[in-house]
Write a protein that binds this ligand. Structure first.
Ligand SMILES: Cc1cc2nc3c(=O)[nH]c(=O)nc-3n(C[C@H](O)[C@H](O)[C@H](O)COP(=O)(O)OP(=O)(O)OC[C@H]3O[C@@H](n4cnc5c(N)ncnc54)[C@H](O)[C@@H]3O)c2cc1C
Ligand code: FES
Length: 270
């Protein structure tokens, strides 16, 4: 069950001129969150912006004895709410509702896990990497950004034995270009009998390209879609995605309830 808390901001760490990591004191949400779930957050008491915004749970914070104490969100500043989040100060209160939505299905060996992240789409993969490591799953992170300075938390993933495949659009680090290119090559060279689950989060065009690539090689793929969400609870229909139903026809489903993690091969992409 989601809980609604007035969460104290523990810290706010800027990563760049646009990205920051906000830590929230929210033990009940931290205890219940699974990889891929999200929270609806609003910082400050002003009426503008009126509505909370959705953010993936980035990390689960724990005390020294392992008790969950809070969550962090990785935020990219693109408008009013994310600007308030970027400028938030420790001690301020954030309205925080969660955890919401359906999480990723965490695979077990012998399946490998290949996580594909574009930009701020990295957010759901920190907790997923933790869960995969606990199950001894061999994990690769394909991570693409515009430039080297926008590739974050690389050591976090290295410390969890995640292999990194990195691309930048301007060629300033890793392979130049988009992240789907190395994913395609790697899928092409993988033995058909070796199972792999592809997980993806990022801009819609990247998700569509990842989904098509996984389908081309007959691999299962789960995507975390980032539609505009006004309520996060199924009440407003702002977040619908066309999905194939059991009758074989496409129906609009609310991605805040049925997702945000959805089976890539059931989504209508064009
Ligand atoms: C399930 C889910 C998880 C998310 N997780 C994260 C996360 O971990 N970190 C993060 O930084 N962002 C995440 N987002 C996106 C985040 O919710 C938006 O960036 C945020 O709502 C922007 O709020 P704003 O008030 O700053 O800007 P707004 O004024 O609301 O938006 C600025 C511009 O961006 C567009 N926009 C807003 N939301 C989206 C969206 N979801 N996709 C595409 N365009 C959009 C608007 O139409 C507008 O043009 C997530 C979204 C969803 C649905
Ligand atoms: S965000 Fe309101 S129905 Fe999904």
């Amino acid at each position: 069950m989601p809980v609604d808390v007035a969460a104290e901001i523990i810290s706010n760490r800027p990563l760049s001129a646009d990205y920051n990591v906000l830590a929230l004191s929210a033990p009940a949400i931290a205890s219940a969150a699974s990889p891929g779930q999200f929270v609806m957050v609003k910082v400050g008491a002003t009426l503008d912006p009126l509505l909370r915004r959705p953010f993936s749970v980035f990390e689960v914070l724990r005390s020294s004895d392992g008790t969950p104490t809070g969550v962090t969100i990785l935020s990219k500043r693109i408008g009013p709410s994310t600007s308030l989040i970027y400028d938030a100060r420790p001690g301020q209160i954030a309205a925080c509702l969660g955890p919401l939505g359906r999480p990723f299905t965490v695979v077990d060996p012998p399946a490998d896990a290949w996580m594909v992240a574009g930009g701020v789409g990295l957010a759901p993969f920190a907790t997923l990497a933790e869960s995969l490591r606990a199950r001894d799953v061999k994990t690769v992170l394909f991570y693409g950004a515009r430039r080297a300075a926008e590739l974050f938390y690389l050591d976090f993933f290295r410390e969890r034995n995640v292999e990194l495949v990195l691309t930048t659009e301007d060629g300033s680090f890793g392979e130049p270009g988009r992240i789907v290119a190395p994913l395609d090559r790697r899928l092409a060279s993988r033995a058909a009998a070796a199972p792999v689950m592809v997980y993806a989060c990022g801009p819609e065009g990247m998700l569509a390209a990842t989904a098509r690539t996984a389908m081309k090689y007959g691999r299962p793929c789960q995507v975390s879609v980032e539609r505009v969400m006004a309520c996060g609870l199924g009440g407003c229909y702002s977040c619908v995605v066309p999905m194939r139903g059991e009758d074989g026809l496409f129906h609009h489903v609310r991605s805040c309830l049925a997702g945000p993690v959805l089976a890539a091969d059931q989504i209508k992409w064009d």
